[in-house]
Design a protein around this ligand. Structure first.
Ligand code: CP3
Length: 353
């Protein structure tokens, strides 16, 4: 007989319906928490990513404050780039800067995987530390960025609105684009493998900028670099959650048989998302959905926050979605009021399926 899963969140990912809807928040370990700000005053962001003790502490901070079902390891989708040879800096108000930007074959040759596992070992050590302290009802989540989203920072060298360098490369020199993306597939696989080995219960792949591709380009130039990652993680037997940002089209023709869960952005409806996923995947494979609450709702009044939370649960029920993880549809804002998370959690926990 199959062992009953004690973790509600993992149960939903692996096809078991639970009485309670599990809940966690994207970017739950971060700047809206005063206890995070305290540590950040004395340590740079990268130092925290490189310190298993500090990363573990910050990962656990939201769970001390809130009744959450999961801990997401504290790191960043750009952290592994520092181990292949790009320099990452955060300039106040300007976001992450990566130098040198990688735009040619010669640029790419400057990067390599020498001692990669050692250079990012902090994430594995942080995961092991968290695992040893985490209640066994809670799920431990590891993560990475999807190749296209990481490529956008790697190629542009800084946050961008129009992705001009990336698009120029893609539309004028597909061979170099393909080499960069293939390099990122390898980097992502290795970064995720370290996390599997260190005890991550599940993994999330963030593809925040997937919607910057036209539907046609997504099919041709992004999906083929996702597929080997989906296949690899599936082979490893670890459930995978994929977040394609606000891009409905990226759900289209996506072979979700290798995925456990699709994270639904707040800018699309569950109905739209389901229309794009082939029926056989939702029913046959019991695909789990996650998310959809607009993170900006949390700036609202208590009655508003509670009613939006209920609306999402009602919609899930109406659509007959069996497996669902409550979450926001993109990361919490640094201005999120601390109390508002309790209102959401309280509404979700009141509810019994
Ligand atoms: O609770 C958690 O989710 C913590 C772990 C985490 C961080 N970044 C920590 C972080 C995760 C899962 C991420 C993912 C991430 N990082 C994404 C994908 C998800 C999304 O939000 O779209 C992206 C695109 C990045 C890249 C990145 N990292 C940016 C653009 C920035 C600067 C602006 C911002 O959004 O904060 C970061 C820095 C960063 N990563 C911070 C944190 C807590 C802020 C660091 C600080 O100033 O203290």
């Amino acid at each position: 007989m199959q062992k009953k899963e004690t973790k509600d969140l993992l149960a939903n990912l692996t096809g078991t319906k639970t009485e309670q809807i599990p809940i966690w928040f994207l970017r739950q370990a971060g700047r809206y928490l005063p206890e995070y700000q305290e540590i950040r005053k004395k340590n740079s962001f990268l130092n925290i990513c490189q310190s298993p003790k500090l990363a573990c502490e910050i990962t656990l901070q939201p769970l001390r404050r809130y009744d959450l079902d999961a801990a997401i390891i504290f790191s960043d989708i750009l952290f592994p780039l520092t181990a292949v040879g790009q320099k990452l800096t955060f300039t106040k108000g300007e976001g992450p800067q990566l130098t040198p930007p990688i735009r040619t074959k010669t640029d790419l040759k400057k990067l390599n995987f020498d001692l990669f596992e050692e250079k990012v070992s902090a994430i594995g050590e942080a995961l092991s530390l968290v695992k040893s302290q985490l209640d066994d009802k809670k799920t431990l989540i590891g993560f990475a960025g999807a190749p296209f989203t990481v490529a956008s920072y790697m190629i542009e060298g800084a946050p961008t609105k129009n992705f001009a360098h990336l698009k120029r490369l893609l539309f004028s020199d597909q061979e170099t684009y393909s080499e960069i993306m293939t390099f990122l597939v390898e980097m992502t696989r290795r970064y995720l493998k370290i996390q599997i080995d260190a005890g991550a219960d599940t993994l999330m792949l963030f593809d925040t900028w997937a919607g910057q591709m036209s539907p046609l380009d997504f099919q041709e130039y992004s999906k083929k670099y996702l597929t080997p990652i989906f296949n690899y993680i599936h082979q490893e037997g670890t459930p995978l959650i994929y977040y394609p940002g606000a891009n409905v089209e990226s759900f289209l023709k996506l072979d979700t048989s290798k995925l456990s869960c699709l994270a639904v952005d707040w800018r699309i409806s569950f109905r739209q998302a389901l229309e794009c996923i082939e029926k056989k995947y939702v029913n046959k494979y019991e695909l789990c959905l996650q998310g959809n609450l607009d993170p900006q709702c949390l700036l609202g009044s208590e009655s508003f926050v509670r009613s939006r939370t209920q609306q999402i649960i009602n919609e899930i029920q109406k659509l007959g979605i069996n497996h669902y993880i409550f979450n926001v549809g993109h990361g919490l804002l640094p201005t999120t009021p601390l109390e508002s998370l309790n209102w959401v959690i309280d509404e979700v926990k009141k509810f019994k399926l």
